[in-house]
Design a protein around this ligand. Structure first.
Ligand SMILES: Nc1ncnc2c1ncn2[C@@H]1O[C@H](COP(=O)(O)OP(=O)(O)OP(=O)(O)O)[C@@H](O)[C@H]1O
Length: 775
């Protein structure tokens, strides 16, 4: 152990922590002063709060310094030294003490090699526990001493790769590799596709890229980053990475949770899932909306006891006018109504005019009669004419038009007719109606076959499935939000705020400020964090979207996600050989072809950091069966425990799994074990393991705890995760079905150390090369 170097780095680290303490004290003093300061009126109050919030944020940032504050040092040929860490620090004279890993100068730490012609002479990885330096690892970037591999900081990397897993992903900021750094720092424009085999660090890289983009681009920091992963289990696995890098402006979601207010409760029929995932459904949803805008051939409206007929062409014209605005259905509805109300008003006024004319005509006729009567007998006047003397002008004044229109709008029966013609719709109602009627109404889905329509048919109220979410989102997009409803809610809230402001002013005795001004100031201070506000808003425009396990998404899910980033700035990571969803993609080219207007770039990652070479070799026949041309990733760690297979029998399977799990736990010596089995077996196996392994924590079910020592998972749940050891149970069932080989490939590539496979029949071809172990 180079103790001198450790001592030296300890001194430097002590200096860094002394500076952190100073800054902490300064921040605390500033915070106390701010909180005690007299605010100059309500505006001052708000500014004070904002300042205090900034200081609290800074303090929280400094608190994070306790873990891995500084992890690297670069010595250049000119004698200059740069320390790299989780945050930037400067001394009181603004000289840099520590450089944030995302700053451009820090890039050399991850990419410099002897061959790259860099001026870096030495790269040092500094390992710390809390505030203590526990090790250093030096690499001389000198062609005469060039290491055999391309790995950067190999000693530190190997230490990270061989450490026991915890069930939670950690950041890899200290040991990022060159090809990963390139992806992380790639510019933010367009769509960056990152293809890589299992364990090549795609997830890790995607999350570090989120942190890099938030640090580098203020626009992205203002709008936040959306990270979409395949399942809640996966999100639980990765949720600590970004906070450990100090980032909070990130929303983590699955494709099922990106639509606020919708909960997935139903399991989709596999056939229906395929139809619902196809892009043709966009047309189906659009025609369902369009069908609600079809007009009848005229409609009768009863008002003040009279029947007014609105003719078919008038309705069709109004509908056309509304559609031409290009607004969502619920907004265009206001335009439609705006065409209909004046027409109805005219009809009423015409009718009144007609009545008046009739009356007038009648009146004149009466007058004539009177004249005749007078001429005949002067004292016999007809009683009906008595008192009639209003002057009739024949045209309605503006005031009268408004009066009639208001009466019409306030008449419930009339309003109901207009509502029925172009109803306000929710996405849920639209889809419930569509699925209820689709089997018998081919015109609703002209692009679908009869078989497809039948598979989609269902009763109302069956609950929403994962495949429904993008359809609901599509519908919500086409319908839009009727602002009249939100406006009414908003005005109610504004009234409430105003009342509150009046109370505050009365209680505080502050003078010279209006309640309106104070209420406005309250409003500007939405106490929710950016991530909370974004997650609750379907129409939030994110600055960047990161999609992990992106190969699993259906065409309709892509439409839903792309809608959330109008800027078109995306990072898409995945492996087209691990696809298990029937609606997922097995080729990035197909995805690119489906969205030709986007700017796409592709990067491939080639080194697998999770699995040792022996495990990759065991999985290689599965990869070849999936795609004979697929390049196999190369393991960063050569050798490793050779995976094995066991031939079990259905009646002995549970007992065998228990025995093998026991043996594996012993061999892993404190490491975590995953038992990956087909969905139909996980419950039974979980119960049996839980009962048999007394002193061991076992977790399974819909929401398993990944930090347990044994976790029982389906291949879908295991996606993206990793464990020290993995037992794949009932290989035949895992590999069955159209995308079964992809699922088996996923299951086999989860371990960092040991892999065992249990099959029930003759040796499956893809396992033929593995040594057999006795039960
Ligand atoms: N540069 C690195 N330094 C240390 N650990 C690394 C590095 N790169 C990747 N790893 C580790 O390798 C493992 C695999 O990474 P990750 O889960 O990101 O791979 P992946 O490509 O997403 O895998 P999969 O496709 O199987 O889901 C993780 O434990 C990760 O922390």
């Amino acid at each position: 152990m180079p103790t001198d170097a450790i001592r030296l780095e300890q001194q430097y680290l002590d200096g860094l922590y002394a500076r952190v303490e100073e800054l902490r004290e300064e921040t605390l003093a500033a915070l106390t002063a701010t909180n005690l300061a007299d605010a100059d009126g309500p505006r001052g109050l708000v500014d004070r709060d904002a300042h205090a919030a900034r200081l609290s944020e800074r303090r929280a940032g400094l608190d994070r310094a306790e873990h891995g504050l500084c992890f690297g040092r670069l010595d250049r040929r000119d004698g200059s030294v740069t320390y790299i860490g989780r945050m930037g620090l400067r001394d009181a004279d603004l000289n840099p003490l520590l450089v944030d890993w995302r700053a451009p100068v820090a890039s050399d730490f991850y990419t410099a090699t002897a061959a790259s012609g860099t001026d870096v002479q030495r790269r040092r990885h500094i390992r710390t526990t809390g505030r203590t330096v526990v090790g250093v690892n030096d690499e001389l970037l000198d062609l005469d001493h060039a290491p055999a591999s391309d790995l950067v900081g190999e000693g530190a990397l190997m230490e990270a790769l061989t450490a026991h897993r915890t069930g939670r992903m950690g950041d890899i900021v200290a040991t990022l590799q060159g090809e990963q750094d390139e992806v992380i720092r790639a510019d933010a424009d367009g769509v960056l596709v990152v293809q890589g085999g299992p364990g090549t660090g795609k997830t890790a890289v995607a999350l570090h890229r989120a942190a890099y983009l938030l640090y580098t681009y203020p626009r992205i920091a203002e709008q936040g980053v959306l990270v979409v992963g395949p399942s809640p289990v996966f999100l639980a696995y990765i949720e600590q990475v970004l906070p450990s890098l100090g980032e909070t402006q990130v929303v983590l979601a699955t494709p099922n949770t990106v639509l606020p207010g919708t909960t997935v409760t139903a399991v989709e029929d596999p056939g229906a899932a395929v139809v619902k995932g196809d892009v043709a459904m966009a047309g189906v949803v659009a025609s369902a909306v369009r069908a609600r805008q079809e007009m009848p051939d005229g409609v009768d409206v009863t008002f003040s006891g009279d029947v007014l007929r609105v003719a078919g062409p008038v309705l069709a014209g109004a509908a056309e006018q509304a559609r031409r605005t290009g607004l969502g259905h619920n907004l265009a509805r206001l335009v439609f109504a705006e065409e209909i109300w004046p027409h109805l008003t005219d009809l009423v006024l015409d009718r009144d005019r007609q009545l008046l004319e009739d009356t007038e005509r009648g009146f004149e006729a009466e007058l004539r009669k009177v004249d005749a009567a007078i001429a005949k007998q002067a004292d016999q006047l007809p009683s009906a004419v008595e008192g009639a003397g209003t002057e009739v002008t024949g045209t309605a004044g503006e005031h009268e038009v408004m009066l009639v229109r208001r009466e019409l709008e306030q008449d419930h029966a009339v309003a109901a007719v207009v509502d029925r013609l172009w109803p306000a719709l929710t996405a849920e109602d639209l889809l419930e109606d569509l699925f209820e009627q689709i089997a018998d109404r081919p015109e609703l889905a002209p692009d679908l076959t009869e078989a497809d329509r039948r598979v989609l048919a269902r009763e109302r109220g069956a609950g929403w499935s994962a495949a429904d979410v993008p359809l609901l989102d599509e519908a919500a997009e086409l319908l839009g939000v009727d602002d009249t409803v939100t406006d009414a809610r908003l005005s109610a809230r504004r009234r409430e705020e105003l009342r509150y402001a009046q109370q505050v002013l009365a209680a505080s005795g502050v003078k010279g400020v209006s309640a309106e001004d104070l209420a406005g100031r309250f409003r500007e201070r939405d106490s929710r964090s950016l991530a909370e506000r974004a997650a609750a808003d379907r129409t939030w425009a994110y600055g960047h979207l990161i999609v992990d396990e992106a190969q699993e998404l259906s065409a309709m899910q892509w439409r839903m996600l792309l809608r959330r980033v109008p800027s078109g700035s995306l990072t898409v990571v995945g492996d087209v050989h691990q696809t298990s969803a029937a609606t997922g993609t097995t080729s990035w080219d197909a995805l690119v072809a489906a969205h030709p207007r986007r700017r796409w770039r592709r990067v491939d990652l080639s080194v697998s950091y999770r699995t040792p070479q022996a495990v990759l070799d065991a999985a290689a026949p599965v990869l070849r069966a999936l795609d004979p041309d697929a390049p196999a990733p190369v393991a960063a760690r050569a050798g490793g425990e050779v995976p094995w297979r066991v031939h079990s029998r259905p009646d002995a399977l549970t007992a065998d799994v228990i025995d093998l799990a026991r043996a594996e736990l012993d061999a892993l010596d404190g490491g975590h074990l995953a038992v990956v089995a087909p969905a139909a077996r996980t419950g039974e196996l979980g119960d049996a393991l839980d009962a048999a392994l007394d002193a061991t924590t076992v977790s399974f079910g819909a929401d398993p705890e990944l930090t347990a020592e044994v976790v029982v998972l389906t291949p879908e749940q295991a996606k993206g995760l990793e464990f020290d050891g993995v037992l794949v149970v009932d290989v035949e069932a895992v590999a069955s079905g159209p995308r079964g080989l992809g699922a088996l490939y996923v299951a086999m590539t989860r371990p960092t150390t040991r892999l065992g496979l249990i099959h029930l029949g003759p040796v499956p071809e893809v396992l033929a090369g593995l040594p057999e172990r006795s039960r």
